[in-house]
Design a protein around this ligand. Structure first.
Ligand SMILES: [Zn+2]
Length: 225
């Protein structure tokens, strides 16, 4: 697949919660060899492209941030672009409005649902994660899914969700230049707190190769089936 570099580069440096810039250093982690306890599955259907993913700063600019140390950012791409038309509206983007599901069962311990979405190319640096949920899976593992469409999350704090249950819709809220999903696993129940953990997912395909357990990496196309 040929990737239109300009499109992806926009995603890279302006969104992805890389607020403090892409020049930051990689932060050390005691969790590089961590094995995820929760039996995570990808939180979406369809094929998604990994813009950022991996355990080092070259592959993943989140690696400069303690809580998002192993985060992934994913978009949908067709014919080398993340959008059709001129890309000036969120609706132009292939992933916009795509359903997002619970990667594993748990309790929603924190969330935001009322942040207005951005015009593509602009960001909201006051509410970095935009609309998001944090799901407590037990064992000090918390999934963070961010940038949902405004008012698309069908739950409240304290609700329990089961693996595969619809959580909300992909949007463009927070520090995000275009619709995408940000996902990471962390060891604390509050946004911006704690340390990031490697998130191994089960039973998915990466570039059409079946992965029984693994971490999505930069430039892979990943899908559940
Ligand atoms: Zn991100």
């Amino acid at each position: 697949m040929t990737i239109k570099k300009s499109t992806i580069y926009i995603s890279i440096c302006a969104c992805m919660l890389c607020l403090t810039g892409c020049e930051k250093d990689e932060v050390p982690s005691n969790y590089l060899d961590y094995q995820t306890i929760a039996e995570l599955e990808l939180p979406f259907n369809d094929a998604w492209f990994v813009v950022w993913g991996g355990d080092n700063l070259n592959d993943n600019h989140h690696a400069s941030l303690v809580d998002q140390r192993f985060a992934i950012d994913v978009v949908q791409i067709e014919n080398g672009s993340t959008f059709m038309g001129n890309g000036t509206q969120n609706e132009d983007y292939f992933c916009y409005g795509d359903p997002l599901y619970a990667p594993e069962s748990g309790q929603i311990v924190e969330m935001e649902n009322s942040v207005s979405e951005n015009v593509p190319g602009e960001t909201n640096t006051n509410q970095l994660f935009g609309n998001y949920v944090i799901i407590d899976h037990g064992n000090e593992e918390y999934s963070v899914l961010a940038h949902f469409m405004k008012n698309s999350i069908n739950f409240n704090t304290g609700d329990f969700v089961t693996k595969g249950q619809l959580i909300g819709l992909t949007g463009n809220s927070g520090n995000s230049t275009e619709p995408h999903l940000h996902y990471h696993l962390q060891n604390k129940p509050s946004i911006g707190d704690g340390e990031g953990l490697p998130a191994q997912f089960r039973n998915y395909y990466a570039n059409d190769t079946f992965i029984s357990i693994g971490e999505p990496l930069k430039n892979q196309t990943i899908r559940t089936n």
